[in-house]
Structures are given as structure tokens and as C-alpha cells.
Design a protein around this ligand. Structure first.
Ligand code: G6P
Length: 603
């Protein structure tokens, strides 16, 4: 993963680099560093740990410059130590480089460079790149970078500076994202838009294989064949203020509370794009089956769509984990519609699954939150979720916005296949428009949920059970808890409990049951009985309470009743708030849990 920032212009580069890195910390946060061009040459400052450590070290060093690059690391090769932190320098100390991605042939390159006398100081795969630039440099930094990356196999987004080029940063990308921006006297570079939102609103998203030169007041870009490209900037509508916590304790808490707006905005996007237009890039007539591909929380949204779409569309629909799908030689082709779901639009496993399916002739719809991301560019049609910027590493508002988008997209596909009349489509959308209000009702239960978290936060293990649509939500509830509180939690299809997890149940095992009148309530009651018979602790989230539920549940949270397609909007916020308060009470780093990153650009 990792995050990159670059700046050239009249301001103090170190301040812009540090503020940009802080906004990219979600991409990795085990170590960080900057290289600044000072009157005494390149100065490198690197620190283990979060950006705050680096900021302190920069302040103590008391250096400043008008050109610099910075990096926040999520270790792949080599421990998170100061020597392995980026930037890395060449043997002369004149060139500095930062990298996001993995260089797969780094061993061969390192051997070769060592045999030619280069001295290595880190265990990273990255360091070969800066020595390659050194080898290729003959006075033209752009040319040196182009030649160096041509020798690398793998994925990279890099930024390079040279003491003899005090007015330029050279960047290149393949597989990992980069955006650049320019104002009249400044040039900027970053892995992702949020880093630059305080400084620019229009961005250039580098394409695969491109090389760019970032100058004060301008950008120059060359395509993968070295041909100059016309640079067209794209406006991004996010508000930098949305990146502040607005009175909440954590970004995650704020983002959970932003869900009504995120869902409403996502559903409203149809006002500007009616279904015929949204699907216009596709030919749906040959489609015989649909594959949803995604990772992590987005995979759970895809699984929700599988449950909703199959009966609606009368077609086989399957949700696939992207990292598995791409390597199993899936039977996809011209009759397949692939729907790729990704908040960032940059998750490499999802992108590679999409590329593989496209190569076999499948059509692809991207459901994406980040405007201009790789998936948005590569899909035949894009449905944007309008969740806005999400800072918390654990996805919350983007998940429910994805479900809103997928529900609407399912209706579009049904309409396009002639399964819904215009009036039925209108009625279904009308029902869906209740979702934001339902989420608000659940958010009002926050004090009760916090009280439940107080009772449960010391337990080391949890089991989450659900059937039908509530099964993917059980998976998501368990994932949220383990991600941010480090408590072991497993989500399971309630009917499968008897085939294994039931062995885990004893008097100190909390079992979170999702119970709805809409999804096999009788069967779920039997599963609750099975837990009770083994003295498990039943925490029941129910949108319909009868005497039996009341009697069985040790702890009960009543959710507002709704129709089947609205279940994700009542159960999810409750599960998110429960995980949030458990983690908060445990005192973990809610917004930046250990070992995780928000955007995963490595396989
Ligand atoms: C990471 C994040 C998750 C996210 C997953 C997929 O693991 O921590 O929150 O669900 O990547 O990301 P995407 O951007 O493709 O939705």
C-alpha cells in the first residue's frame, strides 16, 4: 500500500508533505519519511511509527525546502525500521525516491547492481529503483526514470527528486495509483486525492505506464510509449472540511453518522443519470450470469447483492472474493456481466479480476466511491457511490452506500431485462428511499448500543449468526469487531452452526444473532434454542420481537421493522456502533487499526 506526496513551489515543502502524509496515513502507518532539497543538498528524515513522530523529527531538525517528497509505509519487504523507511537514496546521495507497490524482480536487480558496485542500505525491494535511476541518469531525470522503470517487473508508483533538478519531481506509475495537480506557481503529487484537497480541486490521474514531470505551475506527461500527452485535469467535488471530525471522537463514529446522507446522495444520483443512460455503455442481451467481485467489506456488499439479485433477475448471480476468482480460471466470457465493487477503485485483487474477465470478453460495471480511480476508468460502465471521503480504515458509510447503489443497480438491470414495468420500478425506488430515515432511527439507539458494548467488551471471542440477507451482515458485523477491537469474531450462516461452530459454545461465549421477521424467523429461533441449550450468551438484534425471542435472548436490541430489501439499513448501523463502542472501550486505535490499510494495492 503506502502513501506518496510530492511538492514543488514557493511554500515550505515540509509542511505540505507532512499534512499530505497525515491525510494518507490510512494507506499504511508503520514508518514514514521525507526528502527535502535544502541549500545544503538533499536532507532525509525518516522515523518508525506514525506521521506525528516524523513531524516532530522534522521540527527538531529545523530544516526547510521548496522541493520534497514524502512517504508513509505499510511494510511488504523488510521490517518497519528507519533504514527500510522511504525515501531511499542512490550511492551519491543526490537522488531520492519513494515507492508504493512491489518490485517482483528485485532480487535479480539487486544482485546485478551489487556486482556493479552499488551499495544497498535497506532490505526493501524499492531500493533497487533508486540505484537503477542512478545508473540511467545522464542529465535528464525524466529519461533516467523512464529507463529505470522499464527494467522493473511488478507494481509501482514512484516519485523521484535530484539535487541538480531543484524545480522538478518525476513520477511514474504502473499498478499503483498517483494523482498530480498544479496551481499557477506550484506542483503537487500524491497517491490519492485527499492528500491534496486543501491545495487543489482539479487533478490529473496518471494512467498505467505513464511518466510525469511535476513543475511549479505545470505538469508534463508521457504515455507508456514515451509520447507526450495532453494533460486534462478533472474536478473533484470533495469538501476538505469533511476530512475533519466535526465533534465526533473518531472518524469512524462520524462516518457511521454520515450514513443517512451517503445513502440518500447515492440513491439521488439517479436524478442526474436515469437507468437507460447509466447502462448505456453495455449490451445486456447476451448476459446469462452475473459475477460480483470484491474484497473485504465490499465483498460483503457484493454478497448482499447476490441474495437480492438472483430472485429479482432470475439469473445465476454469485459474489466472488476477487483474490480467489482471478486465479481459479473462472468460466466467464461474453455471456458474463461482472460487477466489481470497490470503495477505492484501486484494490489490486479486484482490478486484476476485472482485467482477467475483460480479457475473456466479459462486460464490467464498476461500483466505486473514488472518482477517477483505476476501476472507474477500466469498467465499461460506472455506478458511483456518493459516500464522500471515508477516512476510518474500517469501512462504514461506504458499505451501506454500496448496498444502496447495488439495490438500485439491481432494479435497473431488472428494468432493462423487461422484468419490471416503469411503474413497478418507481414503486421499488420509493420503498428504497426509506433507507436513510431507517438508518437515522437506528443511530438514535446509540446509547443502548453503547450500554451493550459496556457489558461485552471484555469477552475474547464472538460468534455472529444470520440467515439469508442477514448472513452477509453477520459476516460484516464480525469483520468490523475483529478489525477495530482485535477481538476474535466469526460470522456464520446460522444453519451452518451445527456443522462446527456449535463446538465453541459454552457459558462465556457471546453469540450475536440477527433476527428478522423477513428471513426465516422460525429457523433462526431454533438456532437460538441450540445456543441456549449449550448455555451460550445470546445477544439478539431483532426487528420483530415475540415472546419466544424475548424469553430466549439474554440481551435484546429492538430494531425498527422494515421490508426485506431494507434489512441492511437497520442491522448494519447497529453492528457498526456495537463494534465501535467495544473498540473505544478497549482503547484500541479505532481509525487506524494495527496492520490494516484502507487501500490495498498489493496482492
Ligand atoms: C481493505 C480495507 C477494507 C476494504 C477492502 C477492500 O482491506 O481495510 O475496509 O473493504 O480493503 O477495499 P475496496 O477499496 O476495494 O472497497
Amino acid at each position: 500500500m503506502c502513501g506518496i506526496v510530492g511538492y514543488v513551489g514557493p511554500k515550505r515543502a515540509e509542511e505540505i508533505l507532512l499534512s499530505g502524509l497525515a491525510r494518507l496515513e490510512y494507506r499504511g502507518y508503520d514508518s514514514a519519511g521525507v526528502a527535502l532539497l535544502t541549500p545544503n543538498g538533499l536532507r532525509l528524515i525518516r522515523q518508525v511509527g506514525k506521521i506525528s513522530n516524523l513531524a516532530q523529527a522534522v521540527q527538531e531538525a529545523g530544516i526547510t525546502g521548496n522541493l520534497g517528497i514524502g512517504h508513509t509505509r505499510w511494510a511488504t519487504h523488510g521490517l518497519p525500521t528507519e533504514e527500510n523507511a522511504h525515501p531511499h537514496c542512490d550511492c551519491t546521495g543526490k537522488i531520492a525516491l519513494v515507492h508504493n507497490g512491489i518490485i517482483e524482480n528485485h532480487r535479480e536487480l539487486r544482485e546485478e547492481l551489487l556486482s556493479r558496485g552499488h551499495r544497498f542500505r535497506s532490505q526493501t525491494d524499492t531500493e533497487v529503483l533508486v540505484h537503477l535511476v542512478e545508473e540511467e541518469y545522464r542529465g535528464d531525470l525524466v529519461e533516467a526514470v523512464r529507463r529505470a522503470v522499464a527494467r522493473a517487473v511488478g507494481a509501482y508508483a514512484i516519485a523521484v527528486v535530484h539535487v541538480d533538478h531543484p524545480q522538478e519531481i518525476v513520477a511514474a506509475r504502473l499498478g499503483s495509483p498517483l494523482v498530480a495537480a498544479a496551481t499557477p506557481d506550484e506542483g503537487f503529487l500524491a497517491s490519492d486525492v485527499p492528500a491534496l484537497l486543501p491545495y487543489a480541486r482539479a487533478f490529473y490521474f496518471l494512467e498505467e505506464g505513464e511518466v510525469a514531470q511535476i513543475l511549479p505551475g505545470g505538469l508534463r506527461v508521457w504515455d507508456r510509449h514515451g509520447r507526450p500527452k495532453e494533460v486534462r485535469l478533472r474536478e473533484v467535488p470533495w469538501d476538505p472540511l469533511s476530512a475533519e471530525k466535526a465533534g465526533f471522537r473518531h472518524f469512524m463514529e462520524k462516518e457511521i453518522h454520515e450514513q443517512p446522507r451517503a445513502i440518500a446522495d447515492t440513491l439521488r444520483s439517479e436524478l442526474s443519470t436515469p437507468w437507460e443512460e447509466g447502462l448505456s455503455g453495455l449490451d445486456l442481451s447476451p448476459v446469462e450470469h452475473i459475477c460480483l467481485v470484491a474484497c473485504g467489506t465490499s465483498y460483503h456488499a457484493a454478497l448482499v447483492a447476490e441474495y437480492l439479485w438472483e430472485p429479482l433477475l432470475g439469473l445465476p448471480v454469485s459474489a466472488e472474493i476477487a483474490s480467489e476468482f482471478r486465479y481459479k480460471n473462472p468460466a466467464v466470457g461474453e455471456k458474463t456481466l461482472v460487477v466489481a465493487v470497490s470503495q477505492s477503485g484501486e484494490t489490486i485483487d479486484t482490478l486484476m479480476a476485472v482485467r482477467g474477465a475483460k480479457a475473456k470478453g466479459a462486460q464490467v460495471i464498476g461500483v466505486v466511491n473514488v472518482v477517477g480511480s483505476a476501476l472507474a476508468r477500466e469498467a465499461h460502465a460506472v455506478f458511483y457511490t456518493r459516500a464522500g471521503l471515508e477516512i476510518g480504515v474500517a469501512a462504514t458509510k461506504t458499505f451501506t452506500a454500496q448496498i444502496a447503489a447495488l439495490e438500485l443497480l439491481g432494479l435497473w438491470l431488472a428494468r432493462a431485462r423487461g422484468l419490471l414495468r416503469e411503474e413497478e420500478l418507481r414503486q421499488a425506488k420509493e420503498r428504497l428511499s426509506r433507507a436513510p430515515r431507517l438508518v437515522e432511527e437506528v443511530l438514535e439507539l446509540a446509547p443502548q448500543i453503547e450500554a451493550l458494548a459496556q457489558k461485552f467488551y471484555t469477552y475474547p471471542n464472538f460468534l455472529y449468526l444470520g440467515r439469508g440477507l442477514l448472513y452477509p451482515l453477520a459476516l460484516e458485523g464480525a469483520l468490523k469487531l475483529k478489525e477495530i477491537s482485535y477481538i476474535h469474531a466469526e460470522g456464520y450462516a446460522a444453519g451452518e452452526m451445527k456443522h462446527g461452530p456449535i463446538a465453541l459454545i459454552h457459558e462465556a461465549m457471546p453469540v450475536v444473532v440477527l433476527y428478522s421477521a423477513q428471513e426465516l424467523p422460525e429457523k433462526v429461533l431454533s438456532n437460538m434454542q441450540e445456543v441456549r441449550a449449550r448455555r451460550g450468551i445470546l445477544l439478539v438484534l431483532a426487528d420483530h420481537v415475540n415472546p419466544e425471542v424475548e424469553e430466549l435472548a439474554d440481551h435484546l436490541l429492538r430494531l425498527p421493522p422494515s421490508s426485506r430489501e431494507l434489512l441492511p439499513f437497520t442491522f448494519t448501523p447497529a453492528l457498526q456502533l456495537f463494534a465501535y463502542h467495544v473498540a473505544r472501550l478497549k482503547g484500541t486505535d479505532v481509525d487506524q487499526p494495527r496492520n490494516l490499510a484502507k487501500t490495498v494495492t498489493v496482492e
